[in-house]
Design a protein around this ligand. Structure first.
Ligand code: SF4
Ligand code: SF4
Length: 227
C-alpha cells in the first residue's frame, strides 16, 4: 500500500481552485514561509482562468472580498470532508506576508513577465494564488510543472508598448510609474492592466471584465490607502 494519501484535487477543481501543489515543509528553502512548526506539509492553491470567479458568483457570497471568503470556506469544507483527523492552519489569505511568487516558482507556476505579474505558457497571466495551508497531511509531494517562460521567446513584446504609463519603457518595471498612472483621475488602468490585456499568451483563460474590475479595484484601494 502507498505511504501517501490520495490528493482529492477534483473537489477543489469543481470550486475553481484548479491549481494545486503540495510541498513537504522539510524540503522548502528557508524563508519562504514563516513559522511552520508542528506541520508536515504546505498546500498551495491557486486559480487559473474564470472558473473560480464563476463559482464565487454562483455561491452568492457577498462582502468586500468574496474570493478570499469563498476560498477559505472551500478549504475548510474540503479539509473537514477529506482530512477530518488532520490539523491544519490557513496562512493565506491572512495578515502574515507570504512569498507567494517564490512558492509559485517552486511549483513551476511562476515566471516573471515584464510587468511583474507571473506568467506561464498555459494560463498566461490569468492565474493567481488563492490559499496557503499548513497541514498534517501525507499527500505525495507535487513535481514542479515544467514550462518555459513565454516572455523569453516573445519578439514583439506588446505588453510594453500597451502600458500608458510607460512603466517598462526603461527596460525594467517601474512600480512608481505604474502607481502614478493608476492614481490619475482618468486612468485607463484604474480597473484593469492594459499591458496584461495586450499579452496574447493564455488568451482562452482571460478574466471577464467584471473579474478584472474586481481584482484591480482591490489593488487600486490599496494604492490609494498607502501611496
Ligand atoms: S506580451 Fe510577450 S513579453 Fe509581454 S508578457 Fe506576454 S509573452 Fe511576455
Ligand atoms: S496597470 Fe497600467 S500602468 Fe500599470 S503596468 Fe499595467 S498597463 Fe502599465
Amino acid at each position: 500500500m502507498s505511504e501517501f494519501q490520495r490528493f482529492p484535487g477534483v473537489a477543489l477543481d469543481r470550486c475553481g481552485l484548479n491549481r494545486q501543489a503540495v510541498f513537504d515543509i522539510a524540503d522548502l528553502p528557508d524563508g519562504v514561509v514563516g513559522d511552520t512548526a508542528g506541520y508536515r506539509q504546505l498546500i498551495l492553491l491557486g486559480h487559473g482562468g474564470t472558473a473560480l470567479w464563476e463559482a464565487v458568483n454562483q455561491s452568492g457570497i457577498g462582502g468586500r472580498d468574496p474570493i478570499d471568503d469563498f476560498t477559505v470556506r472551500v478549504v475548510r469544507q474540503w479539509m473537514s470532508e477529506f482530512q477530518p483527523e488532520n490539523r491544519y492552519a490557513i496562512l493565506y489569505p491572512g495578515p502574515q506576508p507570504i512569498a507567494l511568487q517564490r512558492l509559485g516558482a517552486l511549483a513551476g507556476w511562476h515566471h516573471a513577465s515584464p510587468f511583474m505579474v507571473g506568467i506561464d505558457t498555459e494560463w498566461g497571466t490569468w492565474y493567481a494564488y488563492r490559499a496557503v495551508v499548513l497541514a498534517d497531511t501525507r499527500f505525495a509531494p507535487s513535481r514542479a510543472v515544467d514550462r518555459i517562460n513565454p516572455c523569453a521567446t516573445c519578439q514583439t513584446r506588446p505588453c510594453i508598448t500597451a502600458c500608458p504609463a510607460s512603466a517598462m519603457a526603461d527596460g525594467s518595471f517601474s512600480l512608481q510609474k505604474c502607481i502614478t498612472g493608476r492614481r490619475q483621475a482618468d486612468s485607463p488602468c484604474a480597473f484593469t492592466c492594459l499591458a496584461r490585456i495586450a499579452c496574447p499568451v493564455g488568451n482562452d483563460h482571460r478574466y471577464t471584465a467584471e473579474q478584472l474590475a474586481h481584482t484591480y479595484s482591490i489593488s487600486l484601494q490599496t494604492i490609494r490607502a498607502h501611496y
